[in-house]
Design a protein around this ligand. Structure first.
Ligand SMILES: O=P(O)(O)OC[C@H]1O[C@](O)(COP(=O)(O)O)[C@@H](O)[C@@H]1O
Length: 315
């Protein structure tokens, strides 16, 4: 698995570069398609027996990188892949900050097969490992993390997606004395930021996509942080879907281990537009492009990588 890490880096770099021409053009589907096609092309070249377990939808609704799609050369280690070729489609369309291309990989069977529905998520860094509890109100989690980190509440910062559904949580967090840092879109980078001491984010809380939740969980695990979640099936049909996907208790607590059942995993992300975790793609002389990526395969292997790409990749 670890020997493939640089291949996965190439996957997110290529997807990010493919999305770049669509930044600010108001065309999120075209941007997503470009990133997905690029990611698919590079994934197919990797020597592995890969299967997409979290992708761009089901086979009949997504033309590529659908759940169940086989990828890689078909030879080599059996690997499950979770992709989000364009995390923050609206951000790219609107020319806004915090869009990335991301991928996570783990040995076959190690990733939760999360249906495409909402998930409530909590993530924190290693210093607060073992204290977060998705079953408790978010304010209690703020108090617990502050105590674990030995920080006064007024110095605590919680990252929350700017959504109406989070207003009660935002108020409750602020009532503890902690600060709330709102973001528009792209909860993968914000969850990961909570697991990185130097990010200035102590806790991430919010309801967002379940696929993004599992992808974030791989990164949080690699970084030595902690995360808990629970799926929020919104209808009988979604509840049924969870059962069909093998989740016996669809609304139950999901620990980091439930979402990522192996330490042998890899996470890669490349910034498209600048965000809290990664700088965006910059144009350099000669038509070259400078990308910024995070590549991690565990706490002892966390790499922030700046790469220069030949002009021919600029598309
Ligand atoms: O926009 P909603 O419905 O609040 O969903 C939240 C989800 O949307 C995102 O902000 C962006 O997702 P997309 O790239 O699929 O648009 C995710 O990071 C987050 O999990």
């Amino acid at each position: 698995m670890k020997q493939l890490a640089l291949e996965f880096l190439r996957v997110t770099q290529t997807a990010a570069i493919a999305a770049l021409p669509w930044v600010g053009r108001g065309r999120k589907h075209e941007a997503d398609e470009a990133a997905t096609a690029a990611m698919r092309r590079v994934l197919r070249q990797i020597q592995m027996d890969g299967v997409v377990v979290i992708g761009e939808g089901e086979m009949d609704e997504a033309p590529m990188l659908y759940i169940g799609e086989k990828t890689g050369t078909g030879q080599g280690p059996q690997i499950d892949i979770a992709v989000d070729p364009l995390e923050g489609t609206n951000l790219v369309a609107g020319g806004q900050n915090n869009s990335t291309a991301v991928i996570a990989a783990a040995p076959r069977g190690a990733l939760l097969h999360a249906p495409d529905m909402y998930m409530e998520k909590l993530a924190a860094g290693a210093g607060a490992g073992g204290v977060i509890d998705i079953g408790l109100p978010v304010a209690d989690n703020v108090l617990r993390v502050a105590a674990a980190l030995g920080k006064p509440l007024r110095e605590m910062t919680v990252s929350v997606q700017s959504r109406e559904r989070h207003q009660a949580a935002i108020d409750a967090i602020r009532e503890t004395g902690a600060k709330v840092r709102l973001f528009d879109d792209g909860d993968v980078t914000c969850a990961i930021a909570a697991a990185m001491e130097e990010s200035g984010i102590d806790l991430f809380y919010g309801i967002g996509g379940a696929p993004e939740g599992v992808i974030s969980a791989v990164a949080v695990k690699c970084l030595g942080g902690d995360m808990q979640a629970r799926l929020l099936p919104a209808s009988e049909a979604e509840h049924e879907r969870c059962l069909r996907m093998g989740l016996s208790d669809p609304c139950g607590r999901l620990t980091l281990q439930d979402m990522v059942a192996s330490d042998e995993c890899v996470f890669a992300a490349t910034g498209i537009t600048p965000g809290p975790l990664l700088s965006g793609i910059a144009h350099a002389s000669g038509g070259r492009l400078l990308t910024h990526s995070l590549l991690t395969s565990g706490p002892s292997g966390v790499h922030f990588i700046r790469s220069m790409h030949a002009g021919s990749m600029a598309g």
